[in-house]
Design a protein around this ligand. Structure first.
Ligand SMILES: [Zn+2]
Length: 134
């Protein structure tokens, strides 16, 4: 898949998943910075999903997808709505970290066996190093 067709697929994919608000813009910013083969693999995998977490206290969720931190090979990335409003660098880091889990299928990365450390290491390699919440 060439870079252009990939970019052309990415935007509709994200718009369908997240709408066209600030969270979609932030998710696109991160996805556009990832290696092309990583993005191509996501888009080609029907198991890969991005969704907005619509949990509301007292109301529950209208959609529930497997949480990427549960470690069952799920490739669902659930993003909290507050990632649209918080500090951009922090949001990019969280989005990249979640995408790294999806890429690694919640597994390790190289010599790193802890899935959380692995996701942080890969996100940092993609240019989104760990950022403290501000
Ligand atoms: Zn994680």
């Amino acid at each position: 898949m060439d870079t252009n067709s990939l970019q052309h697929q990415l935007e509709p994919f994200i718009t369908q998943a997240l709408g066209d608000g600030p969270l979609a813009v932030r998710a696109l910013h991160v996805l556009r910075a990832l290696p092309r083969d990583v993005v191509a693999d996501f888009l080609a995998d029907p198991q890969f999903r991005i969704a907005m977490d619509d949990y509301q206290p007292g109301k529950g969720r209208t959609v529930w997808l497997a949480c990427p931190t549960i470690g069952n090979g799920s490739r669902s990335v659930i993003l909290k709505p507050r990632l649209a409003e918080c500090d951009a660098a922090f949001a990019y880091y969280i989005i990249a970290h979640e995408l790294a889990h999806a890429h690694l299928r919640n597994g390790g990365y190289g010599a790193i066996t802890d899935p959380e450390h692995a996701a942080d290491a890969l996100a940092a390699e993609w240019g989104f190093g760990k950022v403290a919440r501000r």
